[in-house]
Design a protein around this ligand. Sequence first.
Ligand code: SF4
Length: 391
Amino acid sequence: MKKFSLYIHFPFCIRKCHYCDFYSVILDPSAVDSWTTALLTEIDLYEARFGDSQIETIYIGGGSPNLIGSKKIRSIFESLNTSFRLPNVREFTVEINPGEVKPDFLKQLKDIGVNRISVGVQSFSNSELTTLGRIHQVEEVFATFKILNRIGFDHLTLDLIFGIPGQGPGSWERSLKQAVEMGVDHLSLYNLIYEEGTPFYELKGKKKIVPTASELEWRMYELAHRWLESQGFQHYEISNWAKPGCESIHNSSYWKESYYLGLGPAAHSYDGISRWWNIRSVDAYIKHLSEGKFPVEDREELNEYDREIEFLFLSLRTQGGLPIGKFENLFLIDFKRVIQKLAQRIGSDEYWIFVGDSFKLTPAGWFVCDSITNHILEIVEEVRNDHKKMF
Ligand code: SF4
């Protein structure tokens, strides 16, 4: 029996944060009704294909899924329960954003078996939250955690952002400490990115916002690495820290190339052979499903080269690192040769370590992970070309 992870995308928010590149639109209650009807149809359509598979994890993200409402979340769960095999779900996560969280909704989540809540805190400084364009202030974070702790979920995680304009290491350290004091067993920390199409991107272009210097961002990342480890958290993935045994099973499934099915606008899926993704428009998503059609925008079959790239990118992100034997089998290249060339290019080997048969990035390496991965891919091409010339 095939196993897979299920992701549901709820694409509505009260308003857009200034840095946000996720697919979400402003909340419109009648559109939420139509989205729910469409989602139930999409679940029905996938029953024939995935009904026999075992769902390992469920993740409802967004957007702001706390705006779904108690009745609708129950009907979504009942529909999933009818169409798929849920008895062995190991992790059921729902994202929430402070500011519009209702106790009734959280109680309903507990009732339907949600065992992990991910809270979009982003910062414990009110001025930084205002800079980011978040709808909440720190007081609402505390109020949200009070309810969460009263209800009692098995796992709590929260997100923080570093590199916010005007944020210094002192403020970052206070946010980290406060995050740990909230009693979470998992943290996701993201470096602010100026994504094209966001207000922050425009402000940066007009020089109305000064991005944090990379050196300072590195100091913040390194501080998080050191301090969270001293608090019993393991840095198990480039942006994620967890108490032992509390790593996200759902996210790990993406990093391990497991199968996943994404429902909702803009959601992505992978079945081991191909990837497909839904239309990035609530209206078009609803229209397709009202006509009984899959709301798929496009799909691609992965070729050997795609798989190599995916394997490299995903394994370098995680604590387990790159298994050298598997790399050599896949790329048919001597890994030592690649690393010698990499060290020559970068002029330093402080970015990685070898542990047994694994090549692992250090925190300094993770901070420049994309660049290292791209260098490795270029070197692989070089070595292959040299090889071709020789024969
Ligand atoms: S709450 Fe999240 S999804 Fe919604 S606009 Fe803000 S960052 Fe984007």
